[in-house]
Design a protein around this ligand. Structure first.
Ligand code: 9MR
Length: 409
């Protein structure tokens, strides 16, 4: 593992002229970075560590800054290896995507959304293809974003993210063609008969997949089609068309973009259980019927401390069908406020999740559902929970980052 030898600390931002007049910065707080105007002097016993161009952080035991050190000096601090593995911030990594590729995965990626792209420091990390080799538009390819009015298609926002990924040399997971949620009411409440709804759904899949033809590594063709007990969710598609809608959507996607891998994606299919069994049985049936299906998407919206112990066994079952599996929306939420112990538990959870994928040759990729707590969906839905991602709200790597890197090393 890359550990202490790779710990290069830039002290330049801590050694500004007139430093004696500054107040000291407490451990783990910001002490430097582009556009930062606060104090650059860390509290005694900690050193100012450059994490990226935009953020330097006071880290206990990292280094003692003295005026004898020139601003261009790079020091390797004497910290124990246990400190390094629990303090992701002090680890220099070749990048999660670089590690994932070396381990045989196709990508390590992140979801993103259009509004976030005006945040330059955020976009800089997102665009670093050593960290992320794949992007998923979090919202901008959904039905409400692409066909809010029947027959009128809008691709501007999706195009922005696909173009960014292309410029960065990153793959795109398309998300998502047929879903009961973020579905305009003209579809969900239109009262269409079977034949009409089939043609509406086929047209939607065809138009969107054709627009992005050749640019999408994999499509979540169907999203969240099961109830927790493994029965089909009573979406307008299921109640109007019946189970056949699944195969119709997959066939339309294949016809529109023959090179895109086609997935069915869901949450709570992480460990074994009724919903996972339903997913397995459906995909087995589709394969037997000759319906195009290439992968099972495991969203993996998980709770720290409660990650199922059956992840690997379950994903091996899926993979035994001959399809790919991918972790498509990973986050591991914590009950707030965070503590060092909770962040350590979260790091262990991330390590176990990533290791389970790495252990399965057919597990081809891991996508986190955005990379920073700054833009996580969790607090808006679970009011007491958050901090679910490997980078914190200040775009600083958390212990989870080093844990993921360890599992990929
Ligand atoms: O991240 C998305 C968030 O910005 C939206 O508000 C939300 C609305 O449904 O959808 C989020 O993404 C979801 C994804 O599309 C499907 N699986 C669950 C994700 C989290 O809600």
């Amino acid at each position: 593992m890359y550990t202490s030898l790779a710990l290069a600390l830039s002290l330049s931002s801590c050694l500004l002229a007139g430093a004696q007049a500054q107040t000291t910065v407490a451990a783990w707080n910001q002490c430097g970075g582009l556009q930062y105007t606060g104090s650059t002097i860390c509290v005694s016993g900690s050193g100012c560590v450059k994490l990226n161009d935009y953020y330097s952080q006071c880290q206990p035991g990292a280094a003692t800054v003295t005026s004898a050190v020139s601003s261009s000096t790079t020091v390797v601090p004497s910290v124990s290896s246990s400190t390094i593995t629990t303090s992701a911030a002090s680890t220099t990594s070749p990048g999660l995507h670089t590690l994932a590729k070396a381990k045989g995965l196709v990508y390590f990626g992140s979801a993103t959304d259009n509004g976030e792209l005006t945040d330059a420091p955020y976009k800089a990390i997102l665009s670093d293809n050593s960290e992320f080799g794949q992007l998923t538009p979090g919202n901008s390819q959904k039905w409400d974003a692409t066909e809010g009015t029947r027959g009128t298609f809008t691709f501007t926002r999706g195009d922005e993210i696909v173009a960014l990924a292309k410029a960065n040399g990153q793959l795109v997971r398309g998300h998502t063609l047929v879903w009961h949620s973020q579905l305009p009411s003209w579809v969900s409440s239109g009262g269409f008969d079977n034949a009409t709804l089939i043609s509406i759904m086929e047209n939607h899949v065809t138009q969107v997949a054709t627009h992005y033809k050749g640019q999408i590594y994999a499509w979540d063709v169907l999203n969240e089609i099961f109830n927790e007990d493994g029965t089909f969710r009573e979406s307008v598609f299921y109640t109007t068309i019946g189970e056949a809608y699944v195969a119709i959507a997959l066939r339309a996607a294949r016809a529109a973009d023959p090179d895109a891998k086609l997935y069915i994606n869901d949450y709570n299919v992480d460990g074994t259980g009724a919903k996972s069994t339903a997913m397995y049985n459906l995909v087995a049936k589709l394969i037997a019927q000759g319906v195009p299906i290439d992968g099972i998407g495991i969203q993996a919206h998980l709770i720290s401390g409660s990650v199922p112990s059956t992840l690997q066994a379950n994903w091996e079952q899926f993979a035994s069908l001959g399809v790919d599996v991918a972790l498509t929306e990973v986050d591991i939420r914590i009950t707030l406020p965070t503590t060092d112990a909770k962040l350590a538990q979260q790091a262990t959870d991330y390590k176990n999740v990533v290791a389970a994928c790495v252990a399965i040759p057919k597990c081809i990729g891991i996508t986190i559902w955005d990379y920073t707590d700054k833009y996580s969906w969790i607090p808006s839905v679970f009011s007491t929970q958050g901090a679910a991602l490997p980078w914190d709200e200040n775009l600083v790597k958390k212990p989870a980052y080093a844990a993921i890197a360890e599992a990929l090393a």
